[in-house]
Design a protein around this ligand. Structure first.
Ligand code: ATP
Ligand code: MG
Length: 408
């Protein structure tokens, strides 16, 4: 038994899991480049207020999920639970609004939430997120949802994209009122937490995972019926763009998302296989201003890398592995061969094991070598190598380095 275990909810990522993780992350990064997003590296720690002000006080994240601590001077800090708040803080602090009429950023890194750990839910997890600052037009919303759809298609992950509009400062107050009135009528079915949410932030009740709450809001009024003209047009135009792009979506009129900063468009991609949310995002037209920047509409989403990784069935084939097996006093020549093969771009493992052919071949099999390169005293003397294809068993001796270029 190891003396120490990793902290609950914090995991080592290694082996096949890490291969899937990197495949997901690399594929998304490649797509983000095609959509011309620029990367930003954000700190893991921010002042607590950055999250309180943006995510909102009456949310699960701020009320119970954040890792909060004081530094030695007594300032309140938090490990970031998500990336948007920090991205907005950075956008304002670095005055990115002054450089270009609009800004497209992406970030990647660990996030921290004090949740009950279970499959696909950890206390340290990783997100890649993208944000567009400075454009209100629904063309951005369409392009972002198209990007999410492309990510899922590229990775071969079956999922359904759900969309909704949650309105703006103009139209949401009337909806909030109507929803509050409705909730008063079903109070008997609401959980304790929702009894509190009902008065302070009624939209949060729509996001509750408790079964009785879920059924209690089945007939609740829908935001789409309360949208002002601007929000309605925005929503309708977005849908027409998505149709044009052949991006399939389902309208979910009770989708509100767990953070307060959203306006107009909200969306999620939900796994068809597991029913859990994989990617989530939306528009947040007031957040930049609320954190002290100039009024700037914005839109973004975040991908849960572990959740996508869980759903990756087949990884792309790796580069073939060449295992070099030296026999006798040939290490100088073996090192030369290894260096040359690597210069040629081959994936090469040099065996450090001192053993006979049988044991060495066993090791090569264990390491899943596609080829072994046998180097004995004869090979060294004649500057040759013996190449054995482990998949077919075919073996040939070739000159080094001239013939190697032709053969490999
Ligand atoms: P959920 O409803 O599953 O708690 P959420 O609404 O809190 O998700 P967001 O804050 O929107 O999630 O984060 C975006 C994505 O990050 C999620 O869709 C999910 O893929 C991932 N994610 C969120 N929390 C966790 C976690 N604790 N562990 C692993 N991935 C997570
Ligand atoms: Mg959550």
């Amino acid at each position: 038994m190891a003396e120490f275990q990793s902290v609950r909810g914090f995991h080592d990522v290694l082996g096949e899991d890490l291969k899937r993780f990197r495949y997901v992350s690399d594929s998304i990064r490649k797509l983000l480049k095609l959509y011309n997003f620029e990367e930003i590296l954000l700190p893991v720690v921010e002042y607590l207020e950055v999250f309180q002000r943006s995510i909102g006080e009456i949310t699960d994240i701020v009320q119970k999920e954040m890792f909060v601590f004081q530094d030695r001077k007594g300032r309140w800090l938090a490990l970031r639970p998500e990336g948007t708040a920090g991205a907005v803080r950075a956008y304002i602090q670095n005055k990115l609004y002054a450089l270009k009429p609009y800004t497209k950023l992406f970030y990647e890194g660990p996030m921290f939430r004090y949740e009950r750990p279970q499959a696909g839910r950890y206390r340290q997890f990783h997100q890649i997120g993208a944000e567009v600052f400075g454009i209100q037009d629904p063309q951005v919303d369409a392009e972002m949802i198209d990007l999410v759809y492309t990510v899922l298609s590229k990775l071969g992950i079956p999922a359904t994209i759900e969309i909704n509009s949650i309105g703006c400062r103009v139209c949401r107050p009337a909806y909030r009122e109507a929803l509050s009135e409705y909730l008063e009528k079903v109070v008997g079915h609401l959980c304790d937490v929702c009894m509190d949410r009902k008065d302070k932030n009624p939209l949060r009740v729509l996001d509750c995972k408790v079964d009785t709450c879920k059924s209690a809001v089945k007939d609740a009024p829908k935001m789409v019926d309360y949208l002002c003209q601007e929000c309605r047009e925005h929503y309708n135009t977005l849908k027409s763009y998505l149709d044009k792009l052949s991006v399939p979506y389902r309208e979910n009129h009770y989708l509100v998302r767990g953070l307060d900063y959203y306006t107009k468009t909200v969306f999620e991609a939900v796994s068809d296989e597991l029913g859990i949310t994989l990617i989530a995002g939306g528009r947040y037209d007031y957040l930049v201003e609320e954190l002290g920047g100039p009024p700037t509409p914005a839109m973004g989403f975040a991908v849960g890398i572990e959740r996508l990784s869980m759903l990756i069935k087949d990884l792309p084939q790796e580069e073939p592995l060449y295992m070099v097996l030296p026999f006798g006093d040939v290490m100088d020549y073996a090192l030369e061969v290894v260096k040359k093969l690597r210069e040629m771009g081959r994936r090469v493992e040099l065996s450090y094991r001192k053993a006979g052919l049988k044991k060495q071949l066993e090791l090569a099999n264990k390491l899943k070598a596609d080829f072994v390169v046998i180097i004995g005293e004869d090979e060294k003397k004649n500057r040759r190598i013996t190449l054995k294809d482990m998949r077919t068993g075919k073996q040939e001796t070739i000159n080094f380095p001239e013939l190697v270029h032709e053969t490999l």
